[in-house]
Design a protein around this ligand. Sequence first.
Ligand code: UDP
Ligand code: MG
Length: 317
Amino acid sequence: MDISIVIPLYNEAESLPELTRWIQRVMNENGFTYEILFINDGSTDDSWKVIEELAKTDPAIHATAFSRNYGKSPALNTGFRRAQGDVVITMDADLQDSPDEIPELYRMITQEGYDLVSGWKKKRYDPLSKTIPTKLFNATARRVSGIRNLHDFNCGLKAYRKEVVKHIEVYGDMHRYIPYLAKNAGYKRIGEKAVHHQARKYGTTKFGLDRFVNGYLDLGTLWFQTKFGIKPMHLFGLLGSLMFAIGFVATLVVLILKCVSMANPDTYHFYVTRSVYFYLSLACMIMGLQFFLTGFIGELITRNSPERNNYLIAGEF
Ligand code: UDP
Ligand code: MG
């Protein structure tokens, strides 16, 4: 099978028939063998009924329904587990992404050798409140992930070599960082294609402004996992040692000042509990110890992680 199209959806009943017809037309015009995988993420509208009706007319349509709304990432992950096509395309169900882009995305994966091609909504039809923070967000994501050539990390329209989706696990809200996940899994040929974008025709957006707060927090988590995921002591040990060193110096200062004051009892009175160094040494010792303990616990956790010896082998004799 050439292409699997994975479509996560949450309350998109009005868009589905139009989207399906559009995909079918593009697939047939280009002679692709394909499957459409709808992942119904706990919709409360008629989406599931609409999908069942559509599936009666085309054996290429398959679907999974979650019992409740889990989120876009779990939906994508479920689609990735089911996908069988050589190239896997993800797209939003709201008709903002155009199926007409699929043949070119397919070509870039199969002929230009990309592992992943991400859409780039060069001209966006979204409110300013969304587009401006998005620019900032993408700039940060580029820096942190080291994938310099991507303008638009979170575009719903993406194409993958099948192998890539089988080797990454999308969870939580990590769909914003799939290129970063792919890079961490060892897939470096990540490209971009400017794609047409449309204003939402039916329904409303499912993500509010909290997307930016959560987006940044998730980026921090991914950065941490990438750098220290299997060696947490390298971070916490360093922080602990730093704290310990500062605390040690502060204790020395307190000791020296106390000795000097005791040697000159008539001219100089030094009170340990009135010195800032005393509190500094206390705080640093406690924090340093905590960092070390966090590091040790982190090491015990990674020891049990099934991921700890997961490498993508590029060649072998
Ligand atoms: N979506 C989903 N589960 C959710 C939220 C969204 O499956 O909890 C789907 C949604 O139906 C759409 C896609 O994810 O197909 C993108 O959502 P949306 O269009 O609301 O995002 P935006 O375009 O505003 O970034
Ligand atoms: Mg949308």
